[in-house]
Design a protein around this ligand. Structure first.
Ligand SMILES: C[S@@+](CC[C@H](N)C(=O)[O-])C[C@H]1O[C@@H](n2cnc3c(N)ncnc32)[C@H](O)[C@@H]1O
Ligand SMILES: [Zn+2]
Ligand SMILES: [Zn+2]
Length: 699
């Protein structure tokens, strides 16, 4: 028996570390953050899982966690690799790691993060860009400050426009005349207000109900713009109308109007200013240049959006191609940049910079908005799991200045350089001080694209492949472990969103060979129907059963608030020939996809499910009473470690533990019943008043 199969597994220790890591996960483990992916898991949890599968029953996980390990004789497979958390953590521990994902965007990002990147050559390639195309891009973001001196533009501010159905004049869809505020308004209450009459921009105070324009003296309520929810009121004829109807009448996506900018003066101060005639002319020049350059072969996205749960809203606003997500200056700057990177001579640097470029797109499109100063200023387009059109978008300087956020040059440092530094000296976070401690030898920087069909994997090698994990081509009984994080049963189809990146990536096949028109696949484990979802998940688990050694473990994380999500999971696991031998709760990140109805009882736990092949698990399953006792004991342990648990948290701990009672597929009918039919989830006693960090056993 391994530690993770037993009740001695110290999930409190892991939960406290996970909490610490989740505050700044891109700083603690930058290798998983070189590009956007959804539902990224915490590296510390996966390091803990992997160690728990190798340590014996009495093993000391907290002590081993901070030691350099060399578990070189074991092979780990992750069929749902995502951003590569299992693979990177397995590599650090010395395992041979095999990762597979159906989505080419995910696989390409992991290949960059773990593949060949040489710090010196990468910096040289970046410098070459900086001196070449960088200069041309920076020239697109020049304007004048209040004193008429030339300066850089940090951000341009735009308003979405639709024609008024009554008078046909354009209506700006401002929801508020407050166009900028600090991320922490209670500490820094100064805001910037746009005058609806003369278009001046002047300072005001957060929450103020009336403002008087400093230029034209118009008095108005700055909190209420012409667009309120689904409706807008025409500034010209005062008629109220439904925004979507007005959009539909045009047959295209809405237009945008440039109204303001934030400039960085030569002395380094920031000024909010109205857009001038010169700014408008500069933008028009970009449009003309774009036309000229595309006629001379500048490549830009051509792919169309496809209908789906996550694309529906954007499509109803008339965004039908991925190109529609950008304005002309963004297309010009991004098109130039992508072309220049693609021409770099050093292939590994080129591929890494193309991955970085793809990640930059998320912040540089007309769905991005302004969070305000005091934090990363640009709110990227995926802050919702649907593509939500933005009525007051922000256009950032694509190359960037030292004071920019979301730009190519800033993300080069915060994403790529940080990832390389981590690879050279991989650290673990100390739960007390939050500081990193080096606990592994450097990454090899080598990634194999095909695996040996004879099953003779090289020690500590990384194999990555793109495709459906219900058919892997891996030899039977070739893996010692399957460790993964399967998709949860919900409505988030990663591929619908990943197509935004794919539309650009497929323009540079040197780095991204997948030329298909979409990353969607019928084989993607996701479905609005629970039975279909279960069937697809099961086929992947069947394949895992085939390629796992007879005494191997399948370990995965899961969380779901609804019973049908758990039933689907139980179906998939049991019918694939596995038995759940134990479950371990662990702190998860708050799910952004939590439905509103669940918001009061949010789930903050993931359940780690530990499975063995049915004939390898000992025959007798624990009784329901025993499983309930075990679940309660785990809840009590979490509470004494300082975690406050919602009803849904308690429910999923129970679900996880009840799965261990099942051994034939027909039983799955019962598990929801047990929970539903009122096996009371007793309220464990109040958490002991202790500081969670006191429980951590660090020096
Ligand atoms: C929850 S995510 C994994 C996230 C990952 N643990 C991380 O930390 O980034 C699930 C992944 O499964 C992938 N996937 C879905 N169906 C698949 C299939 N049939 N074969 C392989 N991968 C699949 C999705 O593309 C997605 O990246
Ligand atoms: Zn009107
Ligand atoms: Zn005014």
């Amino acid at each position: 028996m391994h530690l993770i199969e037993t009740d001695a597994f110290p999930f409190e220790f892991l939960s406290q570390l996970a909490e610490r890591e989740s505050w700044r996960k891109e700083v603690h483990r930058p290798i998983y953050h070189v590009h956007k992916w959804w539902a990224k898991r915490l590296g510390s949890v996966f390091r803990g899982i992997l160690l728990g599968t190798t340590l014996p029953e009495g093993g000391d996980l907290p002590a081993e966690f901070y030691k350099s390990q060399n578990l070189s004789n074991a092979v780990v497979f992750d069929p749902f690799m995502g951003s590569g958390t299992t693979i990177g953590e397995a590599h650090k521990l010395g395992f041979t790691a095999i990762g597979r994902d159906i989505n080419p965007v995910a696989v390409a990002s992991v290949r960059t993060a773990l593949g060949p990147m040489d710090q010196r050559r990468l910096v040289a390639a970046f410098d070459e860009l900086c001196q070449g195309v960088g200069g041309n891009i920076r020239a697109l973001y020049r304007s004048k400050d209040t004193k008429g001196r030339p300066c850089n533009v940090l951000y341009y501010f735009w308003a979405m426009q639709v024609p008024c159905p009554a008078c046909h004049l354009s209506v700006d869809l401002f929801s508020s005349w407050v166009i900028a505020r600090n991320a922490y308004p209670s500490r820094k209450p100064e805001v910037q207000i746009l005058c609806p009459s003369c278009a001046d921009i002047f300072p005001g105070l957060y929450g103020q109900e009336a403002a008087t324009c400093r230029s034209c003296k118009t008095r108005f309520d700055p909190r209420r713009g012409p667009a309120q929810g689904a409706k807008a009121t025409c500034q010209h004829c005062s008629r109220s109308f439904t925004i979507l109807d007005a959009v539909a009448s045009t047959g295209t996506r809405p237009a945008f109007r440039l109204y303001g900018k934030l400039v960085l003066t030569r002395s380094g101060t920031k000024e909010y200013l109205p857009a001038t005639a010169e700014d408008l002319a500069a933008y028009q020049q970009c449009s003309a240049r774009l036309q000229e350059d595309t006629s001379h072969g500048l490549l830009l996205p051509t792919l169309a959006l496809e209908h789906g749960h996550n694309t529906r809203q954007a499509m109803s606003y008339g965004f039908t191609t991925w190109r529609d997500f950008f304005n002309d200056r963004q297309l010009l700057a991004l098109g130039w940049l992508q072309t220049a990177i693609d021409r770099l001579a050093d292939a590994p640097s080129r591929d890494a910079l193309l991955t970085l470029f793809s990640g930059v797109l998320e912040f540089n499109n007309m769905f991005a908005s302004y969070k305000g100063e005091g934090t990363g200023a640009v709110r990227h387009m995926f802050s919702h799991h649907i593509l939500k059109p933005e009525r007051m978008p922000i256009e950032a300087n694509v190359w960037g200045t030292p004071k920019s956020s979301g730009s190519f040059s800033n993300l080069f440092r915060s994403r790529l350089l940080r990832a390389i530094e981590y690879r050279l000296a991989p650290t673990e976070v100390n739960g007390k001080t939050g500081k990193g401690r080096v606990c592994a030898s450097p990454f090899s920087g080598q990634v194999e694209a095909t695996w040996p069909t004879n099953g003779r994997f090289s020690e500590r090698a990384i194999y990555l492949s793109c495709g459906d994990s219900s058919h892997t081509g891996l030899p039977p009984r070739s893996a010692d472990l399957v460790v993964t994080d399967p998709p949860f049963f919900d409505n988030v189809h990663y591929s619908e969103l990943a197509d935004f990146f794919h539309a650009w990536q497929q323009l540079t096949p040197s780095a991204f060979p997948d030329r298909s028109t979409s990353t969607r696949s019928l084989l993607e484990v996701q479905d609005s129907d629970a039975d279909h979802f279960a069937a697809k998940l099961r086929s992947v688990f069947v394949e895992c059963h085939r390629l796992l050694k007879d005494d191997g473990l399948l370990v995965f994380t899961y969380h779901h608030s609804r019973d049908e999500g758990w039933k689907a999971l139980a179906e998939a696991v049991l019918r694939a020939g596995f038995t759940v031998v134990n479950s371990q709760p662990v702190k998860a990140e708050m799910s952004v996809a939590t439905p509103k109805s669940q918001a009061k009882e949010p789930i903050q736990l993931d359940i780690i499910l530990v499975c063995r092949k049915q004939n390898a698990a000992d025959g007798d399953r624990p009784s329901v009473t025993k499983a309930m006792e075990s679940a309660r004991a785990k809840l009590r342990r979490l509470q004494s470690a300082g975690f406050t648990l919602s009803r849904n948290d308690r429910k999923i701990v129970l679900f996880g533990q009840l799965l261990t009672t099942l051994h034939i597929p027909a039983d799955t009918e019962n598990i929801a019943l047990y929970v539903d039919s009122g096996i009371e989830i007793t309220e464990p006693s109040q958490p002991a008043a202790r500081n969670p960090s006191q429980l951590l056993m660090f020096d």
